[in-house]
Design a protein around this ligand. Structure first.
Ligand SMILES: [Zn+2]
Length: 344
């Protein structure tokens, strides 16, 4: 089992100032990983810069040029949340490049799975517009690259960030070569991700949204993975599984109100690993998206690596939410989504 990671210090040069998505996130992850368990078993994959034509597989050339110009003119903001600093264009090109490097390492058989520890994150970025802390859509760029370079016909993207990956959905909405499956908090930013957004044209059925009510925890996430995500991906028979890994569904994360624990994220990663082993010889590429509590983020990324390495017994020092709160009943929602997508 060969598990790798992609990282580059240039990712720290995307300077957002006082912002939840800041360079300390990756610093915390790397510092924690280097000191703990699985570090010795992980292979470092060299991160390189994405060429503009690769970024243009998803984004308009005018938009790419706009980000470059903004960075060169001392930076600015794309919207209230989305910052471009002088280092952002370079960091964002290397982030997309890192996702591509992860795809190459997995598709060329060098690694079974690779986690691209990149920033800025990507899953909200649209073809002509960055938003929600995202400039270029790293996972979408890497997926298009994989389709083109390796002649793949089916890639599944699983997105368990608490926010809906509207950019990724948009990129592949009419493309039957990519199955997009997202769990996210219903009604939360950016507001997309309804159950009836199922894909367009020849791609109807290849977009599966699972908008969850606030307050869902490990048990509800395991249910939707076992009842919807796993059977949908199994039926699709992807040649590669890609994952938008965001850790903002944890109970201690400040940006949303779910109750997943570190153990819950480990369970999700383990389910994805087993699924990849079953359907695509284990080929898995993960890209970091959100997750804003540094303690949670570093522990959750470590737990993800442990699950990818096949380690079953994962320590969760933070445990469960230390409060009794009402857990929503998702039975009807799960039934509705299974009906929409004809899942057994
Ligand atoms: Zn998020």
């Amino acid at each position: 089992m060969k598990v790798g990671f992609v990282y580059h210090p240039v990712y720290l040069e995307h300077d957002t100032g006082q912002h939840p998505e800041n360079a300390n996130r990756l610093k915390a992850i790397m510092r924690y990983l280097e000191r703990t368990g699985p570090w010795q078993q992980l292979e470092a994959i060299t991160a390189t810069v994405a060429a503009v034509p690769a970024i243009a597989l998803v984004h308009d050339r005018e938009y790419i040029a706009q980000i470059q110009e903004l960075a060169e003119k001392d930076g600015g903001k794309l919207d209230a949340d989305t910052v471009v600093s002088t280092g952002s264009y370079k960091a964002a090109r290397y982030a997309a490049g890192g996702a591509i490097n992860a795809v190459e390492a997995v598709m060329e058989g060098q690694m079974n799975s690779v986690f691209a520890l990149v920033r800025p994150p990507g899953h909200h970025a649209l073809a002509r517009r960055g938003m929600g802390f995202c400039l270029f859509n790293n996972i979408a760029i890497a997926a298009r690259y994989a389709l083109q370079k390796y002649g793949l016909e089916r890639i599944a993207i699983i997105d368990f960030d608490i926010h809906h990956g509207n950019g990724t959905q948009d990129a592949f909405y009419d493309d039957p070569k990519v199955l997009y499956v997202s769990t996210h908090q219903s009604g939360h930013f950016p507001g997309t991700g309804k159950v009836d957004e199922t894909g367009g044209g020849a791609a109807v059925g290849t977009n599966i949204n699972i908008p969850l009510p606030a307050g869902c925890g490990d048990c509800e996430y395991e249910t939707v993975f076992r009842e919807i995500v796993v059977p949908a991906v199994r039926r699709y028979k992807p040649q590669l599984i890609m994952v938008s890994a965001g850790y903002d569904a944890h109970w201690a994360d400040g940006l949303a109100t779910m109750q997943v624990s570190i153990g819950g994220f480990a369970k999700i990663a383990g389910i994805i690993k087993d699924l990849a082993d079953e359907v695509c010889d284990g080929r898995t590429v993960l890209c970091l998206e959100g997750g804003y509590n540094l303690t949670v983020l570093s522990a959750a990324v470590r737990a993800t690596f442990e699950a990818l390495l096949g380690i079953k017994d994962i320590e969760d020092k933070l445990g469960q939410l230390p409060l009794e709160v009402e857990i929503p009943d998702i039975t009807a929602l799960v039934r509705q989504i299974k009906e929409i997508h004809n899942l057994p």
